[in-house]
Design a binder for this molecule. Structure first.
Ligand SMILES: *Cc1c(COP(=O)(O)O)cnc(C)c1O
Length: 408
C-alpha cells in the first residue's frame, strides 16, 4: 500500500498514522499495489458479523488482532415506490445507513479507522465533529479499549448525537464557533501530539471503510445504478463511494459506474455554488448555516477528492434550501415510513431538483444514501408537525378515539 497526495501527487509509504501531505497539507488517498482479483463474496458465503471486514480483500491489510467491528454495514437497500412515483423517478432505492450501530454511515469508516489507530499503537482518538463522527468514534474507540476525545461546535450538535458521545463517556470539548473551527484545532494539534490519533475524514484509512457502501449497492442490484445521490458536508463520503464503484469496475464485478450527485444545503454550499458558476475551486463559506447540522460545513477538507469524483463520473453538485430539506424529510417519513435526519433528507430534496431539471430521468435507476437515523435529531423530527391531541383522562381519551374512528 502507498499513500498519494490528491492535491500535489506526492507519494508516501503506507504508514497507518493518519496524516496529510507533508509538502502541501493536502489530503491523501490509499493506493493498493495490487488490485484485488475479486471484491464481492459469492452470495451465501458471507460470515454473519464481520462488519465491513467481510470485504477484507479490498481493505487495508490491518492484522486481524487489531481489527474492530460492531457489525456495521450490510444495511438494507429498499425500493421507494411512492416517493419515486412522486419525484418522477420510479426506479428509486434508498440505502438505509441510519441502521448502522450508532445510526450513521460513519461506523463503516470508524471500523477501519479505529483499527488503524490500534495497529498504530494509539491510546486515544480525537475528532472534530458535527455529531455523528463523535458518536461513532466514541463507540468504536471504546470497543477497541481506547479513549475518545471529541471537539464540537458549541450549540451546533443535534441532541441525539451529543447524548451518544456523552453516553460513551467521551471527553467533549465545545468550541465557540463552527465545525470548521473545531477541525482547524484538531488538525493543528495532531501534528504536534502523536499520542492523539485523528479520525476525521482527512484520515484516508477511514474513507476505505466507507467505500463499502458501493460494494453493497452492486451486490444488491447486480450492477451499478445510473445515479447515486449523497449529501455532502466535509465531502469524504461521496469520494469514498465513488472509489468503491471504480474498484468494482476495475475488477470486472460491475460493468459500469454511476454518476455521482453531491447535495449541499444552500447555506453551506462551497462546492455546489462553485460548480454552478463553472469555477475550478470551492467558494469557502465562513458562517455556514442550515438546519441540517451534519452538513453545516464551510471548508470541506476533502473538497478535491469530491470534486474529482463528480467530474470523473459525469455527475453534478446541487444545493437545496432548508424548507425543501424539511419537505423531503416529511415525505420520506409519511410516504415511506423512513425517519431520517435532515442531512439525509437533503439528498432527496436534491434529487427532486435534479429530476425537475431533467438531469435525472424516469428510466434511471437511482440510489439515495440516507446517511443518518431520524432519532439523531429528535427536535427536527418533532418539528415536522403532526396532530397532537390532549385528553384530560380516560373518558376524554375514549371520546377522542371515537371521533377519530368515525373519520378513519
Ligand atoms: C457526515 C455526514 C454527512 C456528510 O458526509 P461527508 O463525508 O462529511 O461529506 C452527511 N450526512 C450525515 C448524516 C453525516 O453524518
Amino acid at each position: 500500500m502507498r499513500l498519494r497526495c490528491v492535491h500535489c501527487g506526492l507519494e508516501l509509504p503506507g504508514s497507518l498514522r493518519a496524516s496529510r501531505c507533508p509538502r502541501c497539507r493536502g489530503v491523501l488517498d490509499v493506493v493498493y499495489e495490487e488490485a484485488p482479483g475479486r471484491i464481492l463474496a459469492p452470495a451465501g458465503s458471507r460470515p454473519r458479523c464481520a462488519g465491513v471486514w467481510r470485504f477484507e480483500e479490498a481493505l487495508p491489510p490491518i492484522p486481524r488482532r487489531h481489527r474492530v467491528t460492531l457489525c456495521e454495514g450490510s444495511t438494507p437497500l429498499v425500493r421507494l415506490e411512492r416517493l419515486g412515483r412522486e419525484l418522477g423517478v420510479p426506479r428509486l432505492y434508498a440505502k438505509l445507513e441510519g441502521l448502522n450501530p450508532t445510526g450513521s454511515f460513519k461506523d463503516r469508516g470508524m471500523a477501519v479507522g479505529v483499527s488503524a489507530a490500534r495497529a498504530a499503537g494509539a491510546s486515544a482518538v480525537v475528532v472534530a465533529s458535527t455529531g455523528n463522527t463523535a458518536a461513532s468514534a466514541s463507540a468504536y474507540a471504546r470497543r477497541a479499549g481506547m479513549t475518545p476525545i471529541v471537539v464540537v461546535p458549541a450549540g451546533g450538535v443535534a441532541a441525539g448525537k451529543l447524548a451518544q458521545a456523552l453516553g460513551y463517556g467521551a471527553t467533549v470539548v465545545e468550541v465557540e464557533g463552527v465545525f470548521d473551527d473545531a477541525l482547524e484545532a484538531v488538525l493543528e494539534v495532531v501534528e504536534e501530539e502523536a499520542s492523539l490519533y485523528p479520525l476525521n475524514s482527512f484520515n484516508p484509512w477511514r474513507l476505505e471503510g466507507q467505500k463499502t457502501i458501493a460494494y453493497e449497492v452492486v451486490e444488491e442490484l447486480g450492477d451499478a445504478p445510473d445515479w447515486v445521490v449523497v449529501p455532502v458536508g466535509n465531502a469524504g463520503n461521496i469520494a469514498a463511494i465513488w472509489k468503491g464503484f471504480r474498484e468494482l469496475l476495475d475488477s470486472g464485478e460491475a460493468s459500469r459506474a454511476p454518476r455521482m450527485a453531491g447535495v449541499q444545503a444552500e447555506g453551506a454550499a462551497p462546492l455546489a455554488s462553485a460548480w454552478r458558476l463553472g469555477l475550478r475551486r470551492p467558494l469557502w463559506v465562513r458562517r455556514p448555516s442550515t438546519l441540517a447540522s451534519a452538513i453545516r460545513i464551510g471548508r470541506p477538507v476533502n473538497w478535491l477528492k469530491a470534486w474529482r469524483a463528480v467530474e470523473e463520473s459525469s455527475g453534478t453538485f446541487t444545493s437545496v434550501p432548508d424548507d425543501e430539506i424539511v419537505d423531503a424529510m416529511r415525505a420520506l417519513a409519511r410516504l415511506e415510513g423512513l425517519l431520517v435526519e435532515p442531512a439525509s433528507a437533503a439528498a432527496v430534496a436534491g434529487l427532486r431538483r435534479l429530476a425537475e431539471e431533467g438531469l435525472v430521468g424516469p428510466d434511471d435507476t437511482v440510489v439515495v444514501v440516507l446517511t443518518g437515523h431520524g432519532l439523531k435529531d429528535p427536535d427536527a423530527a418533532a418539528s415536522l408537525g403532526a396532530p397532537r391531541l390532549r385528553a384530560g383522562g380516560v373518558e376524554e381519551a375514549k371520546r377522542l378515539l371515537r371521533g377519530l374512528a368515525r373519520r378513519a
